[in-house]
Design a protein around this ligand. Structure first.
Ligand SMILES: [Zn+2]
Length: 281
């Protein structure tokens, strides 16, 4: 427990929101997961608790009561702590309807609205298949936590996207298009600290992208200071993330060169870049 408490305390408080009444905090777990906790100073919600101990340490350190659990997809590093949290807190578990997850008692397909009384908030559920076939994301509109907030599991990362374990490139591209259509100011709460390795690949695709090079410097400094690079913003991802830029001339040219073909469709560009990243070292 001490180790977990230390891990929590080393994450900079800087990533908390000061606008709005809700705080959003990345509880670190495993190698590079963030278990996002949203709270109003009294009551809390956790997104994708892959491990219970660091979540409980954070809740206890701030005197918070857990009121709900939100799950984006079935992978163990996103659900592994749910049962232990339910032993202490009898709370609803929201999650994907299209995936078999025993602990989910509020299944969602996408398009639903999730109302939580405490902390008071309303989230929109978005269907984002690709990484897994039933993957969902949660969108919290502007107001309660300052800027709009997106909790997207393993679908969108800073300068990256999830591996296609179950979905097709077309499905993932449509899912990323749906997320990219959210307001530019949306803060993107990805489930992993993959930013620097993703940027290394993004620079191989799009080396002359000034915004990407600037983000590389900023993210490197954040990590050197022991701070998370997340949340990122959709505005930043739209100009730096090669998986949101399948129609950018530099990304198209790189994809064409990688697969040795011209006249690639937008979907083929996306598929080429996704396949390239799968084997990139
Ligand atoms: Zn996953």
């Amino acid at each position: 427990m001490d180790a977990h408490a230390d891990a929590v305390s080393t994450v900079s408080e800087i990533s908390k929101s000061s606008a709005g009444t809700l705080t959003v905090f990345p509880v670190p777990a495993f190698q590079d997961n963030y278990l996002w906790v949203i709270d109003d100073g009294k009551d809390a919600v956790v997104v994708d608790p892959g491990d219970a101990a660091p979540v409980l340490a954070y809740l206890d350190s701030r005197g918070l009561t857990l009121r709900a659990i939100l799950i984006t997809h079935k992978h163990a590093d996103h659900i592994g702590g749910v049962d232990a949290l339910l032993e202490r807190f009898d709370v609803p578990v929201h999650g994907p309807a299209r995936e078999a997850i025993a602990c989910v008692d509020h299944p969602h397909h996408g398009g639903e609205t999730v109302h939580i009384d405490a902390p008071a908030m309303t989230l929109e559920v978005i269907d984002v298949p690709g990484h897994t076939s039933g993957h969902i994301a949660y969108f919290l509109g502007a107001g309660a936590a300052g800027a709009p907030r997106l909790f997207c599991g393993d679908t969108l990362f800073s300068c990256g996207c999830g591996r296609l374990f179950e979905g097709t490139p077309a499905q993932m591209l449509a899912s990323l298009d749906a997320l990219a259509a959210l307001p530019p100011a949306t803060l993107v709460h990805c489930a992993h600290e993959y930013t620097l390795s993703n940027i290394r690949f993004a620079l191989a695709v799009d080396p002359d992208n000034a915004a990407l090079n600037a983000w590389h410097q900023e993210a490197t400094a954040l990590r050197a200071a022991g701070r998370p690079t997340l949340p990122t913003t959709l505005a930043q991802e739209r100009v730096t993330n090669p998986f949101l830029r399948s129609d950018a001339p530099a990304v198209i040219a790189a994809a064409q060169q990688h697969v040795g073909q011209t006249e690639l469709s937008r979907e083929a560009v996306f598929a080429a870049v996704r396949g390239w990243k799968d084997t990139f070292r």
